[in-house]
Design a protein around this ligand. Structure first.
Ligand code: ADP
Ligand code: ZN
Length: 213
């Protein structure tokens, strides 16, 4: 199963990606997480990416394209993959097309996870994540059981730097400008499936299964 997830920041792509990855036993490739790991490890990529990410801008296409190309060459991606947060610009979509061509593979689905700006801003500003294991919480909808600590590993939760209101607004603009046009690009290649990003978590696996079957 090879799937691309499209949708604004905070729409719920990551949650969908995780469920789909488990359902079909394929790796979830999340460029945001890979870039945050690069920043944390102060690798050359991380040093360059940091400023862009803090401002809510896209990291330059060439860097992200190389990162993903390399990841897709790993053996576990041979049976399929879920791309979460990539492609995010026309140049990235072209790069992905090239990779697929070279490997003689096709995407099975492009899934658009959508949500209104208002809900997104509320979600992202109340989002807290675990810097150690990556678990994600929401102060109202999915609060951690111990205040501000991860339920999985008890690490203190943090707010992502780019989940501050001004940066959220910029990320939404960048989405509209650079990523939204990809909906047309993929629509022309074949059908896009769409789901709302605020489907009840209990219903989400069944809904995803239906949409992807
Ligand atoms: P969200 O989808 O909630 O905005 P992500 O974790 O996917 O968050 O991305 C966080 C930041 O990482 C983006 O604002 C951007 O700076 C960078 N980033 C992630 N994926 C890409 C990509 N495919 N191309 C360029 N930059 C990216
Ligand atoms: Zn944790």
């Amino acid at each position: 199963m090879r799937v691309v997830l499209l949708g604004p920041p905070g729409s719920g792509k990551g949650t969908c990606a995780k469920i789909i990855g488990e359902m079909y036993d394929v790796p979830v490739i999340t460029t945001g997480d890979m870039l945050r790991a690069a920043v944390a490890s102060v690798s050359p990529l991380g040093v360059t990416a940091k400023g862009y990410m803090e401002r809510g801008e896209l990291v330059p296409d060439d860097l992200v394209n190389d990162l993903v190309a390399e990841r897709l060459r790993e053996p576990d991606a041979g049976n399929g993959f879920i791309l979460d947060g990539y492609p995010r610009s026309p140049k990235q979509a072209e790069a992905l097309e090239k990779i697929l061509e070279q490997t003689g593979k096709r995407l099975d689905h492009v899934l658009h996870v959508n949500l209104e700006d208002e809900t997104i801003i509320d979600r992202l500003s109340k989002r807290r994540s675990c810097p150690k294991c990556g678990a994600i919480f929401h102060l109202d909808n999915k609060p951690p059981s111990t205040s501000e600590r991860c339920d999985v590993c008890a690490t203190g939760l943090v707010q992502r730097n780019d989940d501050k209101p001004e940066v959220i607004r910029r990320r939404l603009e960048v989405y509209r400008e650079k990523t939204r046009p990809l909906l047309d690009f993929y629509e022309q290649k074949g059908a896009i499936n769409a789901i709302r990003g605020d489907i009840d978590l209990k219903e989400l696996p069944a809904t995803l299964k239906r949409v992807l079957s």
